[in-house]
Design a protein around this ligand. Structure first.
Ligand code: DX5
Ligand code: ZN
Length: 226
C-alpha cells in the first residue's frame, strides 16, 4: 500500500510581517497543509496568533489553480473548547488540541466535530497515548510532538520515534483513516526516519521558512520520502 505523505509548513517560523504572502509562497512551493501553531502563554511559554489571523489567511490558503489547502490548527492552549469553536468559524479545516489541556477530552472532540471540522489529539514528548483507547474512534488526526511545544528551531527528540510506532499500531488496529502527524525538529535529513517509524504528515517550520528557496527544501523532503 503506498502512503500519501503530506508536508505541513508551520507559519510559526514565517515572516509575521508578510504572513499572507508567506502562506501563498509556501503553497506555491508545494505545501500540502498550512500548520497554524496557536500558543496562549499559559499552556506553553509563548504567545502567537488567534482566530482573526486564521480568518485573514484563509483566502490565501489555496493553490494558483484555486484548490483549497487545508489549515491545520494546532491548539497549544488551555482551556480548549471556546477558542476551538472560534477557529472553526474562522476557517480551520483540522483542529488538534492537547488532551492534558482539556478538562473533558471527549467533549472537546465533540465540540470541534460539531462545527464540521476534523479533530485531532496532540501529545507532548512525555505524554502517553492512553487516552486514545477511548477516543481513537472519534478523531481524524494524531499529532506527535517531537519537541517540547512553544518554539520553532528546536532539536528532534528521538523518543518520539517509539511513540510514532505505537500510534501507527493503534491506527492500524482501529481500521480508521487517521493522519499521523509529527511536529518539531523535522529536517530533510531526518524526515525519512520519521516516515519509517510510521508518520505520514510532517510539520516543518524553521527547516522551510529558514531557507530562501522554500520549494528546494520541500522537494528535498519529498525525495527523502521516496
Ligand atoms: C511547537 C511548534 C513547533 C513548530 C515546528 O513548538 O509546533 O514544533 O511547529 O518548528 P520546527 O520545525 O522549527 O521545529
Ligand atoms: Zn504545531
Amino acid at each position: 500500500m503506498t502512503t500519501t505523505y503530506r508536508i505541513a509548513p508551520s507559519i510559526l517560523s514565517a515572516d509575521f510581517a508578510r504572513l499572507g504572502e508567506e502562506v501563498k509562497n509556501v503553497i506555491d512551493a508545494g505545501a500540502d497543509w498550512i500548520h497554524f501553531d496557536v500558543m496562549d502563554n499559559h499552556y506553553v511559554p509563548n504567545l502567537t496568533f488567534g482566530p482573526m489571523i486564521c480568518q485573514a489567511l484563509k483566502p490565501h490558503a489555496k493553490t494558483a489553480a484555486g484548490v483549497v489547502v487545508p489549515i491545520d490548527v494546532h491548539l497549544m492552549i488551555s482551556p480548549v473548547d471556546a477558542l476551538a469553536a472560534s477557529f472553526a468559524q474562522a476557517g480551520a479545516d483540522l483542529i488538534s488540541f492537547h488532551p492534558d489541556a482539556s478538562g473533558h477530552v471527549h467533549r472537546s472532540i465533540q465540540a470541534i466535530k460539531s462545527q464540521g471540522v476534523k479533530a485531532g489529539l496532540a501529545f507532548n514528548p512525555a505524554e502517553p497515548l492512553d487516552v486514545l483507547e477511548w477516543t481513537i474512534d472519534e478523531i481524524d488526526l494524531i499529532l506527535i510532538m517531537s519537541v517540547n511545544p512553544g518554539f520553532g528551531g528546536q532539536s528532534f527528540i528521538d523518543s518520539a520515534l517509539r511513540k510514532i510506532e505505537q500510534a501507527r499500531r493503534l491506527i492500524e488496529a482501529s481500521g480508521r483513516d487517521i493522519r499521523l502527524e509529527v511536529d518539531g525538529g523535522i529536517k530533510t535529513d531526518n524526515i525519512r526516519r520519521v516516515a519509517d517509524a510510521g508518520a505520514d504528515t510532517f510539520v516543518a517550520g524553521s527547516a522551510i521558512f529558514g531557507q530562501s528557496h522554500y520549494k528546494g527544501v520541500i522537494d528535498q523532503m519529498r525525495v527523502a520520502l521516496g
